[in-house]
Design a protein around this ligand. Structure first.
Ligand SMILES: Nc1ncnc2c1ncn2[C@@H]1O[C@H](COP(=O)(O)OP(=O)(O)OP(=O)(O)O)[C@@H](O)[C@H]1O
Ligand SMILES: [Mg+2]
Length: 390
């Protein structure tokens, strides 16, 4: 199975591009599901059919589903949550607060991934295209399996001594003993989280795709996502700049817009290289309905199979050193001379000379570098090594 997840800032076009991808994938004969947990039910508008919690068939090979993350989450965590609430209540914590405390961090976000994993296990679909919530959240979401297993293991430690002593200590301590059902659930969740993580970090199965518009905010957001997903071990295989003002727009009012967008597009390509970057024009009307989707599929993918893995790579690697940290960034086209690095806020700016002129690369820095200062950089075998130290 292929899991393709589109992410990006609010309104950039994640839902329509997920739908475009799903439609083309289905046309190529893959049993395809487009899945969204977007609360605004955009898929209904895009496909112009009612979409709910059960898979709706749109055509021969295409299904769409709208999952309710709270409901999905509860399927997995309810039993555990109830138990943790009982634990807190036994210590005189108010019930409402107990539920807040017992809530897994971001559990609703992780629900979409669990659902994708369920589909994978059942093997019903060959391709799942996921329309993810805006990036910041989405990344927490990718990281969720790690967080939840950690959180879960902590509860496990809380549970096991009580489980051993069982009902014996309950009257003495007033702490409710976990039932075997609770322990089973806990183990089940942990095992599943490990498998979800396995699915996410498998480069052949899962691809993250960045959607942005030619504006500073959504570009910065996409780059940050790219950096973070790389750290989490998730492969990003494609970036898409959507809603580019077409050349045929000749109105002088948009002249400056077109020029800025051209500059941004080139900059994104340079910054994200070797990650492939595709573009989609801003259409004369809102992108929706089958005809609109088919046209966009042609503009975006041409004759390609959109389910292929467009790129595999780890754009950024961090290596802990004795007295600091080394960050390794791919920079294949760079020449040794003229290399300069500077740090402005939480971004690293690299000035490089390449065959095709001077390039400036902006890379968001991972939080772990904040406690160090920038020491220098060098090029080794097409990789830029940036040193941070005390
Ligand atoms: N290339 C395009 N040309 C014209 N309209 C577009 C294009 N791409 C997207 N749109 C329109 O922009 C709007 C936002 O698109 P979409 O809902 O897919 O964004 P989103 O990233 O999923 O938003 P949200 O973050 O709210 O879920 C929709 O009305 C869609 O039809
Ligand atoms: Mg959406």
């Amino acid at each position: 199975m292929r899991l393709i997840a589109y992410t990006g800032k609010g309104g950039v076009g994640k839902s329509v591009i997920s739908s475009v991808t799903g439609l083309r994938s289905a046309q190529l004969g893959y049993r395809t599901l487009v899945m969204s947990s977007d609360p605004s039910h955009t898929l209904s508008d895009v496909f112009e059919v009612p979409v709910g919690g059960d898979e709706t068939r749109v055509n021969e090979n295409l299904w769409v589903v709208h999952i309710d993350p709270v409901e999905e989450g509860m399927k997995h965590y309810a039993t555990l949550m109830d138990y943790v609430v009982e634990l807190f209540k036994a210590r005189d914590v108010d019930e409402t607060i107990a539920y807040e405390l017992a809530n897994f961090p971001g559990s609703t976000g992780a629900a979409a991934l669990l659902k994708a994993f369920e589909y994978q296990s059942k093997g019903t679909f060959q391709v799942i295209v996921m329309d993810m919530v805006p990036s910041g959240e989405a990344l927490r979401l990718l990281y969720m399996p790690f967080l939840i297993s950690r959180f879960s293991r902590r509860i496990m430690r809380l549970i096991s001594p009580a489980a051993r002593l069982g009902k014996m200590i309950e009257p003495m301590t007033g702490i409710p003993a976990p039932t075997s059902e609770i322990i089973d659930k806990q183990v089940e969740l942990l095992e599943m989280m490990d498998k979800v993580r396995g699915m996410l970090i498998n480069f052949e199965t899962t691809s993250l795709r960045l959607v942005m518009n030619p504006d500073n905010f959504s570009i910065a957001n996409a780059k940050r996502t790219y950096m973070q997903s790389s750290l989490y071990g998730v492969n990003t295989d494609l970036a898409i700049i959507n809603k580019l003002m077409p050349q045929e727009v000749q109105d002088p009012y948009f002249k400056k817009w077109k020029e800025i967008q051209r500059i941004y597009t080139n900059q994104v390509k340079a910054d994200l290289a070797p990650l492939p970057v595709k573009t989609v024009p801003l259409y004369a009307e809102e992108l929706q309905g089958m005809e609109g989707l088919k046209r966009a599929a042609q503009d975006l993918f041409g004759d390609e199979d959109p389910t292929k893995v467009y790129h595999q790579g780890q754009p950024l690697k961090l290596v802990q050193k004795e007295n600091g940290l080394e960050m390794i960034v791919a920079a294949k086209l760079a020449k040794k001379e003229g290399l300069q690095v500077e740090r402005i806020g939480d971004e690293l700016i690299v000035h490089l000379k390449t065959e095709s002129g001077n390039v400036k690369i902006l890379t968001p820095l991972p939080a772990i570098t904040f406690k160090y200062s920038l020491k220098g950089a060098k090029l080794i075998n097409g990789n830029l090594h940036v040193m941070f130290g005390e």
